[in-house]
Design a protein around this ligand. Sequence first.
Ligand code: ATP
Ligand code: MG
Length: 255
Amino acid sequence: MNDTILHADNLTKHFGVLPAVQNVSLLLKRGVLHAIIGPNGAGKTTLINLLSGELHPDQGAIRYRNKEITQLLPDQISRLGIGRSYQKINIIPSFTCFENCQLAAQSRLITFMGLFCSGKQVKELHERTEKALEMVHLSHRNKTAAATMSYGEQRQLELAMILATEPELLLLDEPLAGMGNQESNQIIELLQKLAKQHTLLLVEHDMDAVFAIAQQLTVMVNGKILETGTSNQIRNSDAVQKAYLGNNVIMKNEG
Ligand SMILES: Nc1ncnc2c1ncn2[C@@H]1O[C@H](COP(=O)(O)OP(=O)(O)OP(=O)(O)O)[C@@H](O)[C@H]1O
Ligand SMILES: [Mg+2]
């Protein structure tokens, strides 16, 4: 099924006079792993922040499953089925792996009594947490304090925390940042597994990974979209080659 799940139309966001995102339009198709690449400061994280409701655009609109979400708040967007990760790790170190994940699962649950859950809901939360941790292969770490887990495991836990909110669309900001080869490979495998059941928007600097797993790529430079296409189209794009001439950030993986 290749229908549109999210449509960002002509988004612009300024910080003071700086246009961090300028007239950006993006179409995400259901089930497609779409990557956003580009140099530091290109506006990738700002774009994710706009899609997840952390920031609101100065101009433009965002539609998710044909519903306008442009002015919604992050928790409202999360409840609609869009989960996100952050560029910097975002867990509570003194909580166990299970507790961190359960807290995330709870954020999706709305009860009339606020923080109080019925017995049925507690059971549901528990099951959802277990399922999310199982998906990222962390069940054996349930009782481990997050602070004592390896960096790669903490990143896996973050993915479990997003999955615990049962999203359809995942916005992932540099999930491979700061990882060694082995840890990276584990997360890449995990992303491929998740991509079978979810739509993924992946911001990533690791070009080997991006060109290996993304079906669609969007290149951003200076807040604008330079090109969108398949990995072959991006490799062969004149605009991309021109922008990166003398700079092997993107083209190093060619061939
Ligand atoms: N909260 C903010 N206030 C002011 N300027 C900001 C803010 N957030 C981002 N910027 C600026 O907006 C531009 C785009 O930043 P952004 O973080 O979106 O880039 P990025 O593509 O994610 O970069 P990186 O690859 O380094 O993560 C940069 O010039 C950055 O300095
Ligand atoms: Mg960023």
